[in-house]
Design a protein around this ligand. Structure first.
Ligand SMILES: [Zn+2]
Length: 267
């Protein structure tokens, strides 16, 4: 599943081709499982820029409407100079000098075309973005402590608190903070909470620099490139912990998600 670094990589690449005037909008036969609002309004309008909150891409239109795009498990946007024939292209915009296609093999993505108030309401369902200036240490601590009986990793995945996290990011944050993912929030010391907060930037910034991560789910950026894979992560999908370089990583299941930790580095 694309998490913040992958969605941001796509966002940055999309912004490089903005503004984009939509001359035609074509939907696949099964696009209605992804596209939840009529798209006719887009024709003749321009996408001015792409913003992002967590994993939700927010295309701003020239009339103030928003096209919100959540990539789900396997969604992505492709930029091309010719008509996109890639399998599973469910939405395609014809522009003045190119094409913009939404590709989603598993069709868990979502798209909404909203006016300003409805878009604002949708965005307000999410907590602060991990890269936003509002995502401060006090905010992080207050959000975490709101649910003291949750496992740390389960709380980190809550998009209404921490917008942009996902399974690999949550695993990696716990590893860098040296905290076991299944620890209850109420058992954390202030020092550990501060370490978790600092680990957020370590993980996010490190992954963005490398253009996102690709694994099972099939992430591709707008050029079809796959990102660098999991080789730069410390515990997620690793045989051996990359922090101590000598302990086998233990895999468990927590909240139905694959969870990885180093029994030596994490307490
Ligand atoms: Zn280790």
């Amino acid at each position: 599943m694309p998490e913040l670094p992958e969605v941001k990589t796509i966002q940055d690449q999309l912004n490089a081709i903005m503004p984009f005037r939509i001359k035609r909008c074509s939907l696949s036969r099964v696009a209605d499982s992804i596209v939840h609002t009529p798209m006719d309004h887009l024709v003749g309008r321009s996408l001015l820029r792409v913003e992002r909150k967590g994993k939700l891409l927010d295309f701003i239109l020239d009339d103030g409407h928003h096209l919100l795009s959540h990539l789900g498990m396997s969604g992505g946007w492709l930029i091309a100079s010719e008509w996109i024939t890639t399998k599973h292209t469910h939405v395609q915009f014809t522009g003045d000098s190119g094409y913009l296609g939404y590709v989603d093999p598993r069709r868990f993505g979502h798209m909404y075309l909203y006016d300003e108030p409805r878009a604002a309401a949708k965005l307000a369902e999410l907590g602060h973005d991990l890269l936003a200036p509002e995502f401060t240490a006090p905010y992080f601590k207050a959000c975490l402590l709101r649910y003291p009986l949750r496992a740390v990793k389960v709380s980190l995945l809550d998009q209404s608190l921490f917008a942009g996290t996902g399974n690999y990011i949550a695993n990696e944050i716990c590893a860098h903070a040296r905290v076991l993912p299944h620890r209850l929030v109420q058992s954390l010391s202030t020092r550990e909470i501060n370490k978790l907060y600092r680990a957020v930037s370590t993980v996010i910034n490190g992954t963005i620099t490398r253009g996102g991560v690709a694994f099972g789910g099939g992430y591709r950026d707008t050029k079809g490139d796959k990102g660098t894979g999991v080789q730069n992560l410390v515990v997620f999908y690793q045989q051996e912990c990359q922090l101590c370089k000598k302990t086998p990583v233990v895999k468990t299941v927590l909240g139905q998600r694959g969870t990885y930790h180093c029994p030596r580095c994490q307490k």
